[in-house]
Design a protein around this ligand. Structure first.
Ligand SMILES: [Zn+2]
Length: 451
């Protein structure tokens, strides 16, 4: 078998033909793909036969409205029909598949199944994303993606780094930072790739062990948003020049978007030859107009074993009006965070990105932050936990400054406190890398609603 590195597989500066197709060809391709997956699901999946009984694609509709009126499904809707709990969602019983886990839970795993052919297409998505982000065969890549416990990322990331012909270091998310420090120095590793918190924590620990020991030019992250304060920290401590997400997606659905070297933070090219993407108004369920924020829903063209139709991803997004300056014709959307990364404090909705913005203004700290809502003597209380390498005798003064900044930015919270309707805000300072993480994925637990 001949080995052909990713870069040689592409036919033009971009990776896939679809990235340069004109609008008419794109729509015609997508319309055909959408009809194929709806027909397959309705004819071969017991679940969808019932679920989509009264719903057919209307040819007269514009593609963006083709699924108007179709029922939305959530992970809770389909889970009972997927092994090990059931098999009604599956279109066939006689194909082998890989079993991955979605979300860290104890007991019966929440599974998502992919055939080997489907995994090959996932690898193609990665090839496209990493080409767009500027990876090349000269990169020396620390692979910190999640391995074991039925997690998907490490397996296919390892494959794509090999396909690029890069020098790769398969550390996974389990290798201690001091060992990574030693290896990274010896081999001059210039690129770190993994779940955002894992990469950030590892690099922070390496910096603690020995400041200025590495020149990291590229960070290719995923799984979580990266905040401006984190980006600044990476630039200041390691001289990182490219901080990009080669793929955004979920294991319950598919890759949905990828960044290119021109994408601003949080903005993605749509993988719209692989998924039909809808952004729906949270209240009405109607298709959002351009630049109107709503909830992401996807129908996956390529999941033939376990069709995913009009699936509520759980993230907020909005379409961008203009195409990207890189020249790709695939549309752009901006991710606006989890639909549920919000705490209701008094009558105010405190969202995680807003708290991160506050932290950026505060300066003097990493972007690792957790917020929790508690009830104390019948009143709401907001607790903000922030990692810092400052000395303990500075904590009190830092807390005062952070609270003052927060109250200045959020007059509603200030009023609630002065009226005694909520408890004062508490700020806790934690040493770098000590805020609680999901033990399986290493992701920071960002929001806790203890009510
Ligand atoms: Zn672009």
């Amino acid at each position: 078998m001949t080995y052909m590195p990713v870069i040689e597989r592409r036919k033009h500066p971009f990776y896939s033909d679809f990235e340069v197709l004109g609008q008419d060809e794109r729509v015609s391709f997508q319309t055909k793909k959408l009809a194929e997956i709806i027909n397959l699901a309705k004819s071969h999946s017991v679940f969808y036969k019932k679920h989509l009984l009264d719903h057919d694609l209307k040819k007269s509709q514009a593609l963006s409205h083709a699924l108007d009126g179709f029922p939305v499904i959530t992970a809770n809707d389909f889970r009972p029909h997927v092994p090990p709990l059931g098999d009604g969602l599956l279109t066939t019983q006689d194909k082998g598949y890989m079993v991955f886990q979605s979300g860290g839970t104890t007991g019966v795993p929440k599974t998502s199944l992919f055939t080997f052919q489907e995994m090959e297409l996932i690898n193609e998505c990665n090839a496209r994303g990493f080409v767009a982000c500027g990876m090349n065969a000269n990169d020396k890549v620390a692979n910190l993606w999640a391995v074991g416990s039925l997690y998907m990322t490490f397996i296919h990331m390892h494959r794509i780094f090999s396909d690029f012909g890069c020098t790769t270091f398969p550390f996974s998310n389990h290798t201690p930072a001091d060992f990574i420090h030693t290896v990274a120095k010896l081999f001059h590793i210039n690129c770190f790739s993994g779940i955002t918190s894992v990469v950030l924590n590892t690099l922070r620990k390496i910096y603690e062990i020995e400041p200025n020991c590495l020149e990291v030019k590229k960070v290719f992250f995923g799984g979580e948003h990266i905040y401006e304060s984190d980006r600044l920290e990476l630039k200041n401590k390691f001289g990182v020049q490219q901080i990009l997400a080669p793929g955004y997606g979920t294991v319950d659905s598919w890759y949905i978007g990828y960044q290119c070297e021109k994408c601003p933070n949080g903005v993605f090219h749509a993988f719209d030859d692989m998924v039909h993407i809808e952004i729906l108004n949270e209240e009405t369920g109607k298709i959002c107009t351009s630049e109107e924020p709503g909830l992401l829903h996807v129908t996956v063209f390529e999941r033939k074993l376990m069709p995913i139709i009009r699936f509520k991803v759980g993230d907020k997004a909005k379409w961008q009006k203009n195409l990207c300056s890189c020249g790709r014709t695939t549309p752009l959307f901006e991710l606006l965070g989890r639909g549920d990364d919000v705490l209701r404090i008094g009558y105010d909705s405190v969202d995680y990105p807003a708290m991160q913005d506050l932290l950026t203004k505060f300066g003097n700290s990493s972007g690792a932050l957790q917020m929790e809502k508690r009830r104390h003597e019948g009143k709401d209380q907001l607790i903000v936990r922030i990692e810092t390498d400052a000395k303990q005798d500075e904590y009190k003064q830092m807390s005062d400054r952070f609270v003052n900044l927060l109250l200045a930015e959020r007059p509603s919270i200030r009023d609630f406190i002065s009226k005694g309707s909520i408890n004062p805000v508490i700020v806790e300072w934690w040493k770098p890398g000590t805020l609680p993480q999901n033990p399986r994925t290493g992701k920071l637990i960002r929001v806790i609603d203890s009510i």
